[in-house]
Design a protein around this ligand. Structure first.
Ligand code: COA
Length: 372
């Protein structure tokens, strides 16, 4: 068995930002337009008028202040409310491959490695832009890497499940290194016209390079232990797939985008995640009090505050549990890796931390690391 380390991480951040204020102005214009168009039906009590969104609600309910997106114009156009990301031709790189490559190259540069050092590419994300060929294989080709590649989807937990998969292969000796890449174009599977969730997501891509921990000259994080768990729930769901019910028109199906029962998610996922982390730490013999930092999934500030307090048994200092969701919003599987990538350089040798992501499935994945 071989020891494994994360030697590089990378983040692709889109250049376009939408503040809560801009988002709410666009949403409210859309709601006014819709109400005007449906005035007679509203008057007759056949449909409910759409109510305005509010920046204050968004910050208070989620902690989100802005989000990065690949196309701001289409999202903020009140007559469209959807990014203008036309499907690419078969001869062009896909969007996910393009942004995934950017993050992967940054991770390789940090690790001091090149594409020739990559044995495996896993594209682990919550939604794929096509069924096949795998996005991972396209990224492998764009990078010029050898070996093999595949896609995996465990929604918001995809990154940690990908890290466990890569770690197990490196440990067993079937590969020496892997890139786990999380391109998340959440803006393309979010219903921007739904007030309850229009503020939740943003776009980003992250990557982590893992390799055998043998004679590493550079800074790295040893992977001490990984653990994944799932428990079926319909409370976060997207029904977009290849089956249709007779006479259904895709554009009439709200369930073809992200749907959630946010309150239930809140109530059910928090105990699941807290217990998962407690069990993982206990079984690995790592005391929570020795953890220098938690890099948690970035969906909701209140959720992270709760989990941090449960894990450490006290309110974590901001530097012990850094949040990035105020700037990036929820970026699905990428969130905990953005936090890890941006807030890990200052740790000292021997410092331990925990990466944890959770979400639809339900699913939860945790990775205990130690700076080496
Ligand atoms: N602007 C203003 N008011 C809004 C609003 C908006 N954009 N969206 C909802 N509201 C209103 C609701 O209509 C409701 O009004 P009411 O009390 O009069 O009925 C009130 O605000 C509370 O709505 P609710 O949906 O219960 O809010 P919440 O406090 O549960 O927060 C979430 C909503 C989604 C932010 C929160 O439930 C959450 O983060 N859940 C977990 C999400 C999660 O982790 N999901 C995983 C995704 S991968």
């Amino acid at each position: 068995m071989h020891d494994v380390a994360i030697t590089g991480t990378g983040v692709f951040t889109p250049s376009q930002v939408i503040s809560n204020q801009e988002l709410v102005v666009a949403f409210n214009k859309y709601a006014d337009l819709w109400n005007a168009e449906n005035a007679a039906a509203i008057e007759a009590g056949m449909v409910e008028a759409k109510t305005h969104s509010s920046s204050d609600f968004i910050v208070a309910a989620s902690g989100i202040e802005s989000r990065y997106v690949l196309d701001k114009e289409g999202i903020l156009d009140p007559s469209r409310m959807f990014p203008q990301l036309d499907g690419r031709s078969d001869d062009e790189p896909g969007y996910m491959a393009e942004i995934g490559c950017d993050a992967a190259q940054k991770a390789l540069a940090m690790a001091g490695r090149s594409a020739a050092d990559v044995d495996l590419v896993i594209c682990a994300a919550s939604n794929m832009e096509r069924a096949y060929p795998a996005i991972g294989v396209e990224i492998q080709q764009l990078l010029g890497a050898g070996g093999f590649a595949f896609d995996m989807n465990v929604a918001c937990s995809s990154a940690t499940f990908g890290i466990q998969t890569a770690t197990d292969m490196i440990r067993s000796g079937s590969i020496q290194s892997a890139l786990v890449i999380n391109p998340e174009i959440c803006s393309a599977h979010l219903e921007w016209r739904d007030r309850d969730c229009h503020f939740i997501f943003g776009d980003v891509a992250t990557a982590a390079f893992l390799e055998r921990n043998e004679g590493l000259a550079r800074d790295h994080f040893k992977v001490l232990s990984t653990r994944c768990a799932t428990q079926f729930s319909n409370n976060i769901r997207n029904n977009n797939g290849y089956l249709r019910r007779t006479h259904d028109r895709m554009e009439d199906r709200r369930d073809m985008q992200f749907m959630q029962n946010g309150r239930k998610v809140f109530k059910e996922v928090l105990p699941l995640v807290s217990q998962h982390i407690a069990d993982h730490l206990a079984d690995t013999g790592v005391e929570a009090s020795t953890l220098r930092r938690l890099w948690l999934h970035q969906a909701n500030k209140t959720m992270n505050d709760y989990i941090g307090k449960k894990v450490l048994g006290r309110t974590p200092e901001p530097d012990e549990q850094p949040n990035i969701l105020q700037d990036y919003a929820n970026t699905s599987s990428a969130g905990s890796i953005i936090a890890f990538s941006k807030y890990s350089n200052d740790l000292d040798n021997g410092d331990r931390g925990l990466i944890c992501s959770f979400g639809a499935g339900y699913s939860v994945g945790s990775v205990i690391v130690e700076k080496g």
